[in-house]
Design a protein around this ligand. Structure first.
Ligand code: ZN
Length: 177
């Protein structure tokens, strides 16, 4: 998975010459992050046909907002834009490691191992639950298809407890199990 991931990243990376976004971002995300219950999170995203300055600017703003929100991934739908654009940085503590900017990503090989692990989302703050899926990249790709990680949670009791605790509505979950 790691190998494939970096290949994918290389293929779609667009920020080779772009200015570096500081990973320490004091203050708030510059973009509003939409939350569970907002319709924009449930739309299918459109392919990006041309990578121009507006897309590069959007990617930079998404990185800034992701770092400011202390997230490891952010998909364009989460900031209200239904385009196939993701930013990911699982090495947020390593200031030298480059983030990934993925445009029109496709997963061709997940390998055979699926792990259960605790997942969270900037669009569902405070809610952490176990799901089974390939980490981070799957989560962010799901956003492009209008899927949220809570849709994949199998334990409905845990799910509802967590959602209520954080003020979310269980009716906004579209279970795919
Ligand atoms: Zn998310």
């Amino acid at each position: 998975m790691a190998n494939h991931f970096s290949q994918l990243a290389k293929k779609s990376r667009t920020n080779g010459n772009a200015e570096k976004i500081a990973k320490e971002q004091p203050g708030k995300p510059s973009l509003d992050i939409y939350k569970l219950g907002d319709d924009v999170l449930r739309q299918n995203s459109k392919r990006i046909t041309k990578v121009d300055e507006s897309i590069r600017k959007l990617a930079r703003e998404m990185l800034q907002s992701m770092y400011a929100a202390k997230g490891i991934g952010l998909a364009a739908p989460q900031i209200g834009i239904n385009k196939e654009l993701l930013v990911i940085d699982v090495n947020f503590e390593d200031s030298a490691a480059e983030p990934l900017i993925l445009i029109n990503p496709e997963i061709t090989d997940f390998g055979t191992t699926l792990n259960s692990y605790e997942e969270g989302c900037l669009s569902i703050p405070g809610v952490y639950l176990n799901v089974v899926m390939a980490r981070c990249i799957q989560h962010e790709m799901d956003h492009l298809n209008g899927i949220l990680f809570v849709d994949r949670v199998t334990s409905k009791d845990d799910l509802n407890k967590e959602l209520i605790k954080e003020g979310f509505n269980e009716k906004d979950v579209i279970s795919i199990n």
